[in-house]
Every structure is written in structure tokens, then in C-alpha cells.
Design a protein around this ligand. Structure first.
Ligand code: ADP
Length: 530
């Protein structure tokens, strides 16, 4: 019945808790790859948005140059060589290292073109470059027309093309319309900015990278034509960048980025692994909790069962001796017992049974007082050898009457220790009583008292049925009785040893048991001495 109930509880607990837990764990393991991909995509998006902001910044820089050229051209009527407008445009070029040259269209086929001096002090041949420019404008008229239309809608998008100067310098030309200005035939003139890649990277992009650098990322720029990394904020030349993005205004360049010290793969793998470890740990804790819960439920049920057994045992134990005492006292009273020996026998039985009853009642009362913390112990210096001797004298008759031989090995010295006399007596009596109850053949009890270095030890040794190792701890639990047939047939409440243990705890001492089945048992009460 009890087993069935426990099994039921275990099944309910497993269904209610373990099943969802395991399915969740399995699900997490199965979804591991998806999780990794999700984490990677989050980080990738973060890297992309950083590159996006750098791109946006470069775009803004270029637009600021465009606006400056636009506004200069709008105010200045003439764009002749010495005009204030051209002077302002030249100033912009000279102050901006990334700008190698500027072109401003004046008429359909004519325009102003100027270049900054190269490192070697040479200037490109303006006339020659102008010719090439004219050719380009004519050749790309369709595309340029579209750009003008876009600009009229308010969106300036440059026409970008690589440009190789006569001195072999490779730069880029960005052509854009000068809106709100008209040439003859109502046509919108064009302007162009020649940008030097290397200088743009070093002066504009690198500055932005520096601004954003908080040690978390490594940035770089790759030249697509040569596939060479032309800039990186790391000293290591073999960096494997994880994300790249074309630079909008100079499409032959790619912005590069990676996370410092790790890779996206590593991050996502460590994260998912850490999550899985947490889940395994939680599982472990929960399973341990479940095990603990089931164990406690089982323990409580065992205790409840033992309490029921206890009530049955105790009622039986009270009723039997009382009936015997009553019957024999009545016989004596009525004078029905003729011989002296018989009368003596009846007196002895009455005496024995009342001793047993007193002990049982004392046990129960003391036990309930100790359990509810109501029992007060009165520890005072007491000569323990006198106490042991006196207790034995009181019980000697009872013991010998049961056919036992009592051997005493009491130390002669005066051993005075702090104890509660009544409690210690109760402990000894309980141990003696057990020795009697659980002995079948070799009816011998040795009681010894001796002083060790830091303790006084009272031992009660019997040669009875003994106790298996697995029960050594349990027999000190309240109501616990070994399920052996002899134990079953002997009277008892299962409280005796629990009381002995309590009593020894009060004395800051302990009970030590040495016993093997069939070889008897020795219970030693260890009283520590300061
Ligand atoms: P009770 O003696 O009333 O059953 P105890 O708490 O004194 O309860 O003992 C608990 C159990 O320990 C006993 O039921 C018995 O099985 C076992 N036990 C105690 N003392 C001995 C002993 N000297 N020899 C063998 N078994 C013992």
C-alpha cells in the first residue's frame, strides 16, 4: 500500500517536472546550431551597422565639399581664372589633402580644371586632362543626364570613375551637377572632385576609425584592384577580417572590420556552450532536489508507519504486564497461593513487570519531553562509578532472574564528571534492557567503566544476536526497530536508543556501537572530560 503510494508520487513528480525538463534540454541541444546562427547574425548586424556609419560619414564629408563648391559657384557670377569663386575653390583643394583636383564646367565644352602639385612637385598637364574630361563627359552623357535629373529631384549622386593621371597617379573622379546654376540653353553645369584614395583613407576614414575605436574592434581598408589591405589599426598583418562593405563614394575600396581577440564563430559557440552548461547544471540541481524530495517523502512515510507500529506496540506492552500484575495481585489477595515459593514467584513477577512498566513509561515521558524541548537536565559533578554500581545493584535481581551473568569491570578511581544522574541511569538501563532482550543463548553481559585520556567510557557488552552494519545508524532513529523476527517478537517501543543518543548529546558525548550479527553488541557511552 505504502509502496504503491510512493510509486504514484514518483510517477507524478517525473511527469510533472522531469518530463518537461528533459524535453526542454533535448530541445536546447537540438536547437544549438540555430542558436549559434542567431547569435552570429546579431553580431554580424552590429559589425555591419558600424561599417554603415563609417560609410555614412565619408558620404557626409564628400557632400560637405559638394555643398561648398555649389555655394561658391552660385554666388560668383564669373568663374574666370582670377575670380573670387575660383580662388575659393582652389583654397578648398589646397586645404583638403584628399582632394587632388577640382573641375568646374563653364560652357558645354569648356571648364576650369586645376590640380594640386604631386609629391615630386609636378602638376599634371591640365590641357591634356581637360581633353580627356571632355571626352568622358561626351561619352557618358546618358549617365550624366540621369544624375542631373536625380539632382533636380533633390538627390545628389556622383558619377564615379577611376582616373589615371598623365604621371600615372591613380585617383578617382567624382562628377556631380551644380544645381540652381544654368549655362546657355538652360543646361546644368557639372563639377568634379578628383580624390586620392590613399590620402582619403589616411585622412578621413582612419580618423573616423580612431574616433570609434574603444579597443573592441579591428578596422581596415582593402584596395579591390590590388586586393591589398592598405590600412589597418592593428599591427598584425595577417588579420582575417570578418565583415566588409564597399565604400560608397570610392567603390574600389572596401571597409573591413573584425572583433578584437575573437571571432564571430567563437563568440557564438562559447555562448551556446555556456547556455548548455547552465541548462545541464539546472537539470542537475533539479534532479538532486527531486531525489531529496522523494527521499524525504519516503522518510516521512516510514516515520508515520513507525509511529503506528509504536502505538500498537506500546498499548500491547502496557496491557500485558498490567493484566499480569492485576491477576497475580488478586490471587495473592484472595490467599489462593498456597506455597511460599509460589508466593515469592508471584511477588517477583509483579516486581519485574512493574520495573518494565516504569521503564517504558519513563522512556515515553522523557522522550516526549526531550522532543518538545521541555525536559530540563540537571548536570552536576557526580561520581560515575558509584552511579553505575548503584544502577547495577537495582537491576541485578532483574537481570539475574532472566538467567544472565553480569560481569563488572569498573575502574577503581574516583571518577567525578558533570552529568545528569537520572538521565545517565536511564541510558544505562535502556542498554541493559536491550542486551537482555536481544540475547538468545550466551546470556552474559559485561559492563565496564574506564577512564581514557579525554573521556570516561561506560560500555555494555552482550553476546546476543548482534546488529548488521547497515542498521548501525538507523537503530538510533526514533521508533526504528530492525525487521528481524526475534526483534519482532520482543517487546519494545523503538524509543530506547533514540533516548540514549539524545542523552549523550546533552552531555556533549556520543554513543559508539560495535556489533556484528551473531557476535553480540557493545554500546559505549563516551563522556568527554575537560
Ligand atoms: P526497542 O528496544 O524498544 O525496540 P531501541 O531504540 O532500544 O528500541 O532499539 C532499537 C532497535 O535496535 C531494536 O528494536 C533492535 O532491533 C536493535 N537493538 C538495540 N539493542 C540491541 C542489542 N543489544 N542487540 C541487538 N539488537 C539491538
Amino acid at each position: 500500500m505504502r509502496k504503491k503510494f510512493t510509486t504514484k508520487i514518483v510517477i507524478i513528480v517525473i511527469i510533472a517536472l522531469l518530463a518537461p525538463l528533459t524535453s526542454y534540454t533535448i530541445f536546447q541541444f537540438a536547437e544549438r546550431e540555430k542558436d549559434e546562427a542567431l547569435i552570429q547574425s546579431i553580431y554580424t548586424q552590429q559589425l555591419n551597422s558600424i561599417l554603415f556609419s563609417v560609410n555614412q560619414y565619408c558620404w557626409d564629408v564628400f557632400n560637405s565639399w559638394v555643398s561648398e563648391i555649389q555655394s561658391v559657384c552660385k554666388i560668383c557670377k564669373s568663374m574666370t581664372e582670377n575670380s573670387a569663386g575660383i580662388q575659393a575653390v582652389l583654397e578648398l583643394m589646397n586645404n583638403t589633402p584628399s582632394i587632388t583636383g577640382i573641375y568646374i564646367q563653364k560652357k558645354q565644352i569648356e571648364g576650369f580644371l586645376a590640380f594640386r602639385e604631386s609629391g615630386s612637385g609636378k602638376r599634371p598637364n591640365v590641357k591634356y586632362e581637360k581633353e580627356r574630361l571632355k571626352e568622358l563627359i561626351e561619352k557618358s552623357s546618358n549617365e550624366l543626364g540621369r544624375i542631373v535629373n536625380h539632382a533636380q529631384d533633390g538627390y545628389i549622386r556622383p558619377f564615379i570613375t577611376p582616373w589615371k593621371l598623365g604621371d600615372n597617379r591613380e585617383i578617382n573622379l567624382l562628377l556631380f551637377p551644380l544645381i540652381n546654376i544654368k549655362m546657355e540653353k538652360e543646361e546644368t553645369p557639372l563639377a568634379g572632385i578628383f580624390i586620392d584614395n590613399i590620402s582619403f583613407v589616411n585622412n578621413i576614414i582612419a580618423r573616423k576609425f580612431d574616433e570609434m575605436d574603444e579597443g573592441d574592434f579591428i578596422f581596415g581598408v582593402r584596395e579591390m584592384n590590388t586586393d591589398e589591405v592598405i590600412y589597418s589599426n592593428s599591427e598584425n598583418n595577417n588579420i582575417k577580417f570578418e565583415r566588409d562593405e564597399k565604400l560608397w563614394i570610392l567603390p574600389s575600396l572596401k571597409l573591413l572590420i573584425k572583433i578584437q581577440g575573437t571571432t564571430l564563430d567563437q563568440i557564438s559557440r562559447t555562448r551556446t556552450q555556456r547556455n548548455l552548461v547552465y541548462i545541464v547544471l539546472v537539470n542537475f540541481v533539479l534532479i538532486f532536489g527531486l531525489y531529496y524530495l522523494i527521499r524525504n517523502v519516503y522518510k516521512e512515510m516510514r516515520l508515520a508507519q513507525m509511529k503506528t507500529d509504536f502505538v500498537a506496540n506500546v498499548s500491547h506492552e502496557l496491557r500485558t504486564p498490567l493484566a499480569l500484575i492485576q491477576m497475580q495481585a488478586e490471587m495473592l489477595e484472595m490467599g489462593r497461593v498456597r506455597t511460599k515459593e509460589k508466593r515469592m514467584h508471584y511477588y517477583q513477577t509483579i516486581m519485574n513487570e512493574s520495573v518494565r512498566l516504569t521503564q517504558l513509561i519513563n522512556n515515553i515521558l522523557d522522550f516526549s519531553r526531550i522532543e518538545s524541548h521541555k525536559k530540563e537536565f540537571n548536570l552536576k559533578p557526580t561520581d560515575i562509578s558509584a552511579l553505575v554500581t548503584n544502577t547495577l545493584e537495582i537491576y541485578r535481581f532483574h537481570i539475574e532472574q532472566k538467567g544472565f551473568v553480569l560481569q563488572k569491570k569498573i575502574a577503581k578511581d574516583l571518577l567525578v564528571i558533570e552529568i545528569d544522574e537520572e538521565a545517565v541511569k536511564l541510558a544505562i538501563v535502556n542498554l541493559l534492557d536491550n542486551a537482555i532482550k536481544f540475547t538468545k543463548d550466551e546470556k552474559r553481559i559485561i559492563i565496564s567503566l574506564n577512564k581514557q585520556e579525554k573521556a570516561v567510557v561506560v560500555s555494555i557488552q552482550d553476546f546476543g544476536i548482534g546488529i548488521p552494519e547497515s542498521e548501525h545508524k538507523k537503530i538510533f532513529d526514533k521508533f526504528y526497530r530492525i525487521g528481524d523476527s526475534l526483534v519482532h517478537n520482543t517487546k519494545g517501543s523503538g524509543l530506547g536508543l533514540s533516548l540514549v543518543k539524545h542523552i549523550m548529546e546533552i552531555h556533549k558525548g556520543k554513543v559508539i556501537l560495535k556489533s556484528k550479527p551473531g557476535e553480540g553488541s557493545t554500546f559505549s557511552l563516551i563522556f568527554p572530560v575537560a
